[in-house]
Design a protein around this ligand. Sequence first.
Ligand SMILES: Nc1ncnc2c1ncn2[C@@H]1O[C@H](COP(=O)(O)OP(=O)(O)O)[C@@H](O)[C@H]1O
Ligand SMILES: [Mg+2]
Length: 262
Amino acid sequence: MDSTARKSEPLLRVEGLSLSYQRGDGRLSVLEQIEFEVEEREFLALVGPSGCGKTTLLKLIAGLEQPTAGQIHLAGNPVKRPSRSVGFVFQEPTLMDWRTVEANVTLPLELNGGNRKRAREEAQTLLDLVRLTGFEDAYPAQLSGGMAQRVALARALVHDPQLLLLDEPFGALDALTRERMGRELLRIWQARRKTVVMVTHSVPEAVLLADRVLVLGPRPASIIAEVPVDLPRPRTAEMRETPACSQVARRVRDALEQVDLH
Ligand SMILES: Nc1ncnc2c1ncn2[C@@H]1O[C@H](COP(=O)(O)OP(=O)(O)O)[C@@H](O)[C@H]1O
Ligand SMILES: [Mg+2]
C-alpha cells in the first residue's frame, strides 16, 4: 500500500445538496448546500429548528424526494429512488390499523413477493429484538405509542438495511418511555451494527446516543455546526450528569442559540 491510499468510501456521502419547492409563483428554498458524510456503523444525530428541512433531508437520503442540486451516494452508488438498503422510521408510526403487528412488519416483504413462511420468521426475530414478543396478533389500536414506534422500527429493519433513518422517532412519547426507547435503540444499533441518521429535537438524547451531532440552521437549512461526541460506549443514562456530557450538550445548545438570534 502506498502512502497516498485514500480513506475508504463513507457509507453515505451528501454533496452540495439543495432543494426548493414550487410555491405559488415563487420557490421555497428548504435546503442549501448541505454536505456531510456518514461512516459505516456511525450514529449521527441531526438537530435544528422546527421547519428547517430535517424531514426533507431524510426523505432525500431515502430517495423519496429529488434534490434541486447536488447528489447523494450510498455505498458509492447514487441515490435515485427508494431502495431496500435504507430503512425509515417516520415521525408517526404510520402502521396499517387493519393489519396485526406481525402483518405490519411482514408487509414490505409481501410487497416484494417473498416467501410467506420466511417473512413470518423474520418478523418474529425482529419483534423479539424490539421486545414485542407476544404482541404478534395485536392490532395497532391496542398498542401504546412506544410499542407502535417499536413495530415501526422492526418494519424498518425487515430488509436488513445498511442505513437506518429515524425522524424524531420518540418525539410523541413521554419522557420516561423516551429514555427507555433510547436505550433500546442503542442496544439494537449495537446488536445489528447499523449506520443510523436520527433527527431529534432533544439535545440530551442526541448527545447520549450519537457519535456526532450536526446542527442545521434555519430554512433554507445548511450545516452550521458539527459537534463530535467523544463519550465512551456503552452509554448510560448516568453519563448525562458527567461534565464531559454537559460540555458536549452545551456546544450543541450554543449552536442552536446562535440560530435563534437570527
Ligand atoms: N412537499 C412539500 N411541498 C412544499 N413545501 C414543503 C413540502 N414538504 C415540506 N415543505 C416545507 O419545507 C419546509 C421544511 O419542512 P420539513 O423538512 O418538514 O421541516 P422539519 O422536519 O425540519 O420540521 C417547511 O417550511 C415545509 O412547509
Ligand atoms: Mg420534521
